[in-house]
Design a protein around this ligand. Structure first.
Ligand code: SAM
Length: 173
């Protein structure tokens, strides 16, 4: 099974997943990708995970699973977000799964915000990173735009509110 984490940052997800795979005796291969040269430079584990730092070329191999947590909603402008998601869709094998977590409205409301970003959405935070929230419907619409069919996009849990703190979705190609 081929697995790719997009926007792996300090590798907390991939490290955890690797441990869990090992416990179960699975031989799945996890790769990681990020656009930040900084992480790859100080994380020696990027080598272990065949880490890629990409600017113009996204990994194209057919993956069984791609996952990404708290990355998409930190990308500005909107067209770059759409582009990343279409690359992810293309990189999946038919039947492959994309697991994605977004910060939801309830958590973003708590963030210290400064200026409104261009294109009328999102904010620059005090830490000078961009942030916007996705509610469940917005997240689904974003994934449909990338190519996923509506019937193949499922929230990972039952939400009591349409505007939760975090939105976790699994989309199947
Ligand atoms: C908030 S961090 C989340 C890191 C990690 N996913 C986690 O949950 O701990 C966002 C990460 O996304 C990366 N990133 C931002 N834009 C990206 C893009 N277009 N493609 C891949 N990674 C991106 C950043 O460099 C950063 O490492």
């Amino acid at each position: 099974m081929k697995v790719l984490e997009v926007g792996a940052g300090c590798l907390r997800n991939s490290r955890y997943l690797e441990k869990e795979f090992r416990k179960r005796g699975w031989t799945s291969k996890i790769e990681v990708a990020d656009i930040s040269q900084g992480y790859a430079a100080f994380e020696s584990d990027y080598k272990k995970f065949s880490g890629k730092v990409y600017k113009d070329s996204f990994p194209k191999i057919g993956y069984d699973i791609v996952f990404s947590t708290f990355v998409v909603e930190s990308i500005c402008p909107r067209r770059n977000r759409h582009y990343l998601l279409s690359c992810i869709y293309r990189a999946l094998k038919p039947g492959g799964k994309f697991l994605v977590s977004f910060r939801g409205p309830a958590i973003v409301k708590k963030a210290k915000t400064r200026t409104r970003c261009h294109e009328g959405e999102g904010f620059w935070t005090a830490g000078k990173t961009y942030l916007r929230s996705y509610n469940i419907q917005e997240a689904k619409a974003l994934l449909r735009r990338a190519g996923f069919k509506d019937k193949n996009i499922k929230p990972m849990r039952k939400y009591r509110t349409p505007e939760p703190e975090y939105v976790d979705i699994i989309a199947c190609k």
